[in-house]
Design a protein around this ligand. Structure first.
Ligand code: NZQ
Ligand code: ZN
Length: 395
């Protein structure tokens, strides 16, 4: 560790009220103002099929409410704008998202756009809009149905633009949910693929803030390692087809939420290049977000071994128990174990498994440039050439 490395200055703020456990949806009555006119948002239908939507309606009691469904995975700007129009006509004052990252992120955008003066595209940067600040947003709560993104406890939204083939995030503290309901039983209807996606996405969120360079942040490192250990411990149980165990799902849900709610990121450098490279893949062919990450993270570890040496070694030793061989052998062991972990969840680790070919790489690198992702990683030293090498490593 370089002697000057120290914990970075930071502000920590996270106002999200969490209601966790069994039968929590009814607390919506306590959390939502009595005179609110509520718009309930949801995705392709799982919220209705599982009965969760009806439970939300019941909890709202006499409040006026309406609905906006069909929010697609990787929520699309143009589609979300229909909800913004609807809100302006109908005068809704509060939003409740029932779903996963896509519905919650879509709702965050709707909350911001419906109070934005001007063209809402301009709240996005990254070559899409003007990057104007979100000064205010409509209050909203969430009922989480898939643990994966931590969107339920962070102020981030990721929105896709179909024509531009762009996927862009915004972080703004007006985008924290007022509350999030976390009922582990709501995960019982999730297909195996989505459970594996959730475990993998959150694993990579932790790695983005951990696999950088050491600053001597002992608690943040132990938090991160604790989360990674938990995923490794419960991964197979979460996917198990036999009778579902409540505590396994409860651990899964709360651990995922803690993967990207600000704690592990406090005072430490952040990378986020795996996410940036992954967004270009989803924008190109619609691959599930998590499945881009399980391919890109191991490739990044290999290409960026030298830059991330100290933390890779710490990761290999503390997370995977590497205790023999020289430093490089331990690091390589850690990288191998990471790939094996993803594969044990039936996640892809190569481009061939997610429909990306060598001929796509030029386009993805061009798109990284268009979206101003040409100086990535914790030291802003991941140039387009390095990103290209990572894409090539993933072939
Ligand atoms: O649309 P429905 O019918 O609800 O089906 C969904 C969807 O098909 C289904 N599902 C959700 N809960 C279910 C269920 N099926 C059965 N039972 C349930 N209980 O699962 C599918 C995936 O849902 P989605 O919300 O897309 O998944 P996820 O939570 O992984 O969200 C992914 C989106 O979040 C963004 C991703 O880029 C992607 O757009 N992210 C958001 C982040 C944030 N806000 O902080 C950070 C992440 O890094 C990520 O980028
Ligand atoms: Zn993610």
């Amino acid at each position: 560790m370089s002697p000057s490395a120290e914990i970075m200055d930071f502000e920590f703020y996270n106002p999200v009220r969490i209601a966790f456990g069994r039968d929590q949806v009814k607390k919506i009555d306590k959390f939502v103002p009595k005179d609110a006119k509520v718009l309930i948002t949801y995705g392709g239908g799982s919220a209705k099929r599982s009965g969760t939507f009806e439970r939300v309606v019941e909890a709202l009691g006499d409040r006026e409410w309406g609905e906006f469904g069909g929010i697609p995975a990787n929520p699309v700007f143009e589609y979300l704008m229909d909800a913004v129009e609807n809100i302006k006509t109908e005068g809704y004052t509060f939003l409740i998202a029932v779903g996963g990252g896509s519905v919650i992120d879509g709702t965050k955008f709707i909350a911001a756009a419906s109070l934005f003066e001007g063209d809402p595209i301009d709240i996005f940067a990254s070559g899409v809009g003007k990057g104007l600040p979100v000064e205010k947003a409509m209050p909203f709560g969430t009922v989480l149905t898939i643990p994966a993104t931590s969107s339920e406890m962070n102020p981030i939204t990721v929105v896709s633009f179909e024509e531009l083939q762009a996927k862009v995030s915004i972080k703004n503290e007006n985008l924290f949910p007022a509350f999030s309901i976390l009922e582990p039983e709501l995960t019982y209807t999730l297909p195996k693929r989505q459970l594996a996606n959730g475990l993998s996405d959150s694993f990579v969120h932790v790695m983005e803030n951990y696999l950088t360079y050491p600053v001597g942040a002992k608690l943040q490192d132990r938090w991160s390692e604790g989360i990674l250990h938990t995923f490794i411990e419960i991964g197979q149980e979460v996917l198990a087809d036999e009778e579902i165990d409540y505590n396994t799902r409860a651990n899964f849900m709360w651990t995922v939420t803690n993967g990207f709610n600000g704690f592990t990121a406090s005072g430490v450098p952040g990378d986020w290049s795996s996410h940036a490279l992954g967004y270009e893949i989803t924008a190109l062919n619609g691959t599930d977000h998590a499945r881009t990450l399980s391919v890109i993270l191991p490739a990044t570890m290999k290409v960026r071994k030298k830059e991330k040496w100290d933390k890779l070694l710490q990761y290999a030793e503390r997370v995977w128990g590497a205790d023999s061989g020289d430093e490089e052998a331990r690091i390589d062991f850690g990288i191998r174990k990471t790939e094996e972990f993803f594969r044990s969840l039936e996640m892809p680790t190569r481009f061939s498994e997610i429909g990306i070919e060598e001929t796509d790489i030029d386009y993805m690198v061009e798109q990284l440039e268009v979206h101003k992702r040409d100086r990535l990683s914790e030291r802003a030293d991941q140039t387009l050439d390095i990103s290209r090498k990572i894409y090539e490593m993933a072939l």
